[in-house]
Design a protein around this ligand. Structure first.
Ligand code: ATP
Ligand code: MG
Length: 384
């Protein structure tokens, strides 16, 4: 009797002619997720099996695979030779101690001497004989013993389905640059786009020494959490300290964030094109703060020349974003209290609906090109 992890995948099977391509990337992503754990992944008629791992590693394997996009659900099961005594012994092991149940059998091996209903009835009957705390309920059972008699002479027996991330394998839908702040929203935005199969790079702007090292560490910790879903991640960090000082010195303070955003977007597009990213992703949500009004977005978007800007959270309420942040395990890091560069030189009354012509008039007081080149030279790169 051998422990195995059964992997069921989601949307990939829809991909017709490209199926081979999707599955290759999917398999590589699973291998990456299980790096450092002894295992073998084998493809088996419409699903994958993880086998040959050390006793006790199954929880770790499930935890890591539950973050791989493309997996619909997992089960920890037992693999036994297709023999009724062996199948029964496995069913005993995976059964709950008590409660109502039914047995469901799928028989791929049509040569096996019993039919699916016969197998279910026989194993169910034996379970009832052996454990007086069990009762059959075929309509609303508390658990189901699943028996999968396969063509290769082995049978899989399992009980629970573990719901996983779904989505498409990362790497099958291009590559994008996520503007990653230390806040709640941007990691959620990155997660959503990665779920659709996009490989994610990150760009973070800091204003050290106005912002501190803990703020930077927080962003790195968020990137690391995201990297578990994105099969690794590259984080580029750029200093906007001098840009902020120049805006503070030369421009109407109410435009600080509006102007800074335009610099951020220009730097993002420049980096994206250099690194082969095909879009920019932000955590903006309509109307959430002063810079995220449609006028604010118009102002920051108008400096973008070539790439699309994806704003997956645009129609989300904060509560919905927080729930997603909790689900992906980012929330506790996101709420650490360190200041982001957007709070440096923050005016008492930021412009809420900036008119583009006013923004341009303020920006004209700056050496935009010089400041961009100088900021771009501060690039530092970390990989997870
Ligand atoms: P978040 O929770 O993601 O920080 P927010 O609600 O604080 O978002 P803003 O500060 O207006 O909103 O930022 C909007 C978006 O701009 C962020 O989601 C992020 O994509 C980007 N952004 C803001 N600050 C930074 C930064 N320091 N570095 C990189 N991107 C940033
Ligand atoms: Mg923020």
């Amino acid at each position: 009797m051998e422990k195995v992890v059964i992997i069921r995948y989601s949307e990939i099977h829809l991909k017709g002619k490209n199926r081979g391509y999707f599955e290759r990337i999917f398999a590589a992503n699973m291998e990456k997720a299980l790096k450092g754990i002894r295992h073998e992944i084998r493809r088996r008629s419409g699903r994958y099996l993880v086998e040959n791992f050390e006793e006790g590693d199954e929880e770790r394997i499930v935890k890591r695979l539950s973050k791989v996009f493309g997996i619909h659900s997992l089960s920890i099961g037992l693999k036994v030779p297709s023999d009724m005594n062996e199948i029964f012994a496995a069913a005993m092991q995976v059964s709950d101690e008590s409660g109502t149940f039914k047995v469901e059998t799928h028989r791929a091996d049509k040569r096996f001497y019993l039919t699916s209903p016969q197998i279910s009835a026989e194993i169910g009957g034996r379970l009832l004989d052996k454990n007086k705390n069990l009762k059959v309920d075929v309509h609303e059972p508390e658990f189901i013993i699943n028996i999968d008699v396969r063509e290769d002479g082995s049978t899989l027996v399992f009980n629970k389905f573990i719901k996983c991330a779904d989505g498409m394998p990362v790497g099958t839908a291009g590559r994008g640059l996520l503007l990653l702040s230390g806040g709640i929203d941007s990691p959620v935005a990155g997660h959503m786009i990665a779920k659709r199969g996009m490989k994610i790079d990150c760009l973070h702007f800091h204003s050290y020494p106005y912002t501190n090292m803990q703020a930077r560490q927080k962003v790195m910790d968020l990137a690391k959490i995201l990297s578990e879903y994105t099969c690794g991640i590259k984080v580029t960090v750029i200093s906007v300290k001098h840009i902020q000082e120049e805006i503070h010195k030369n421009c109407n303070g109410a435009y600080m964030v509006t102007l800074l955003r335009r610099f951020m977007m220009r730097l993002a597009e420049r980096l994206a094109i250099k690194d082969g990213d095909q879009c920019i992703i932000t955590g903006e949500s309509l109307g959430q703060v002063a810079s995220q009004t449609i006028e604010g977005m118009t102002s920051s978007n108008s400096v973008i020349e070539k790439l699309p800007v994806l704003r997956p959270l645009c129609g989300f309420d904060k509560n919905e974003i927080i729930e997603r942040s909790r689900n992906i395990g980012a929330y506790d890091v996101s709420i650490r209290p360190y200041e982001d560069c957007c709070t440096v030189f923050l005016p008492d009354y930021p412009i809420i609906k900036p008119k583009l012509e006013d923004v341009l008039a303020e920006e004209a007081k700056l050496d935009v090109q010089g400041l961009l080149d100088e900021a771009f030279a501060t690039i530092e790169v970390t990989e997870f």
